[in-house]
Design a protein around this ligand. Sequence first.
Ligand code: ZN
Length: 439
Amino acid sequence: MRQPAIADLIVKGGTIITMDPAAPELENHSLAVKDGKIAAIYPSSETFWSAPEILDASDCLLIPGLINTHSHLPMTYFRGLADDLPLDIWLREYIWPMEAKILNAQVIRDATLHGACEMLKNGISMSHDMYFNMPAIADACTEAGLRVIIGEAVIDARVSDGSLPGTQIRELRQRYKDNPLVDFDLPPHSIYSCSRSTLEKCIQAARELDMLLHIHLSETEAEVQNCLKEQGKRPVHYLNELGMLDQRVLLAHAIWVDASEIEVLAAKGVSIASCTDSNLKLSSGILPLKSYLDQGVNVSLATDGVASNNDLDLLSELGNTARLHKAINRDPAFLPAKEALKLVTINAAKALGVEHLRGSLEVGKDADICVMELNDLQSQPLYNSYSHLVYALGSRHVRDMVVAGRVVLRNGQLTQADETELVATAKAYGLRIKAELGQ
Ligand SMILES: [Zn+2]
């Protein structure tokens, strides 16, 4: 007879949607968690595993923690600051001047903590963030318990001397080497804020430091027209000419691409972070999702910054994306729910180069688990879990979150931060920002 094994935590299920093709849906199964990893997935009737901490998720749906592939966490306090405007005016007349006026390490940390906690409550266990001041973001996400890959946005104005962008990353990787939640990458902000030479420096630095490159690309039609005028070619061909495109590249938006560009992206194994809600609200355009998927391009979903979304709700992003693309393709069978769920789990992990660690619930992978409660009017009856996840359930069904083996949300309550305090802090910042705006 086998000796009983002791885990750190048992999440007692429940139905597990693993996103592992070998065993996609397991009823009445539990997960044993040890050292931040999934040590076992087994029928809940078995008594082999025990643990000092049990999370009873018997009537719940267990899914991999959602992965948000493009965000700007420190912008959380800019939610609703300026709406109903074109991207260019929104950025240049509101967001950038306000950033210049109020941002410092403390504001970045406070806003990030708020956004990180909001993401956890929305079922997100990992985000991929682009902003300024990486240590402030790293510390705030660590405090909340959210996993994050952080990149300091590179723009021409910040690349002044002969040094390569990303030099701080060596030191930061060393400083955070024992922190399982934090990693870093290199994001040149965009082709309109980085010159050819800045982009080349980023590519060189990313190769030297073995880092993911993350860039906003082809978000608006005007950006493409400018690139044609200045570089004589479309944005994807421009980046390809620079030697930037390979499997370690994630393009945020990538809406305005033609067939020849999609072909290049497919051939090079580049991934896309599609920000459906942000693109719709800013009227930037609609991603050619069907063409991407038909060509085998890896697409993931992302919230973008809350200032343009205006929430950090990846499940609603998923539902909106599925509905929108069925409608524009005039095909209700396009992107079935089971496929759609990949965009916020395993495809997202692949986009960030972490599919061997996350994006599905499998033995040996990180214990990043989202527990959804199914006891309300909206969630019953349940015939198909995938359908429910894409079309019926929402963030309010997220009951518990486990990230790196730690329960960071229990019964809807954050365990690492005080939500009342976060709300009070946000209100105080709101008053300050209003005063800056002269309102
Ligand atoms: Zn963005």
